[in-house]
Every structure is written in structure tokens, then in C-alpha cells.
Design a protein around this ligand. Sequence first.
Ligand SMILES: Nc1ncnc2c1ncn2[C@@H]1O[C@H](COP(=O)(O)OP(=O)(O)OP(=O)(O)O)[C@@H](O)[C@H]1O
Length: 218
Amino acid sequence: MIELQGLHYRYAQGPNLHFPDFQLGPAPGVLLRGASGSGKSTLLALMAGLLSATGGVLRMAGSDLSAMNPRQRDAWRGANLGFVPQRLHLSAALSVRDNLCLPYLAAGLAVDGARVEELLSTLGLQSLAARRPHQLSQGQAQRVALARALLRRPRLLLADEPTASLDDDHAAATLDLLQQAAAQHGAVLVLATHDSRVMQRLGAVLPSLSLAKLEYAP
Ligand SMILES: Nc1ncnc2c1ncn2[C@@H]1O[C@H](COP(=O)(O)OP(=O)(O)OP(=O)(O)O)[C@@H](O)[C@H]1O
């Protein structure tokens, strides 16, 4: 499902990041761990097909992303990936329900109203569907972002530092929700974090891919 071999990425004005070889066995997901600046967000962007590797192999859900051009990666992303970003990027002008319709419209697809209602229901958002994002708590807004990520039945669910700005109780609830939602919707969870609370809560359930100190190009 996920395989890294000799993967590296060089920023034009920055470091040459080398990622460890890795293969995800039969597990419900993986934790991307490492200190600040070790490359977690970069690896997540490579895994999401948003960046193109400088070299090496990156296989995700049966596809070699490193061999695709940007257009192929865009198509792959739409079909296979749900992304919960650190900043949720909900549209302030739209209701919760319309925020969930937006990805279909942006992709030029007909809105799957039944799927929108299903996610509103399974994520406990039905009573909030007419509200706008500023009328939600942070946890509720995060659930909307999670629902949005799951809309198109992704095989992979990527989350970037989902507990970064949360207190202990909300962090625990968010991790449980991500894990349950991924399992319920049949997606493999990839969670980037440097939060030790994530390790404490999910370390026994999910294997880790630990990023080491940066290696700069000679
Ligand atoms: N656009 C860029 N240009 C040049 N260097 C960059 C760029 N983006 C990131 N870097 C560098 O690449 C390295 C990895 O950054 P990255 O954001 O992937 O780390 P991270 O582990 O996600 O950090 P954090 O936990 O602080 O978010 C850092 O040294 C960073 O300074």
C-alpha cells in the first residue's frame, strides 16, 4: 500500500531531504514522526502527489507516484486520496453542507448528495449542516474537514499535525475520530506528527516511519 525506496527531495533554495526506505505491511495506517524540520510535511506532500520526488520510488495504493507527471498525479489524487490539512481551509461563505458539495463542483463532478448526507450523519454533523464555519467549534470544524476528505471514498487518508493546537481531551477525541473514520470508510491512515500524545495514543496500533536529522547535499 505504501512503499519508499531511495526517495529524496531537493528544495531549490534549501536542503536535500533523504527519506528512509519503508514498506507498510498489513496495518491500518502509519505515523510519520520526526522533529520539527525533519521533513514530515514534505513527505506528506510527496505522498499526496503535490510535490514531485527528485529521485527514488514512492508507491502509494498500487501506483508509483514518482513515475507520474503532474496531470497524472492530479487524477490519482482525486481518485485515491483524502487530505486533512493543518489549516482546515473551509469556505467561510458556505454552509457546512455546501462545503461538502464544493469538492465535487471543483472537480467538475455532479454532487453526490447521498454521500454528503451519509458523511454528515456518520460524523455527527447533521444538526450543524446549515451553519457556517465561524459558527462551529474547532473540533466541529475539524469533523467537517474530515468529512470533506472522506467524500470520494479515498483509499488513503492523510492528516497533517491534526492535534497541533488542541488540548489533551480534544487531541484524544480527534485521534479516535480519525482512526475510527478511516477504519469505517476503509482508508489507510497516514498521520504526520511531532506530538508525543499521538505516540502515546496510537503508537501501539500504528507502525511509525521516523524521519531522522536532515542530510544536506554534498
Ligand atoms: N519551500 C522551501 N524551500 C526551501 N526549504 C524548505 C522549503 N520548505 C521546507 N523547507 C525545509 O525543508 C526541511 C523540511 O521541512 P518540512 O516542513 O517538511 O519539515 P517538518 O518535519 O514538517 O517540520 P514541522 O514539524 O516544523 O512542520 C526544513 O529544513 C525546511 O526548512
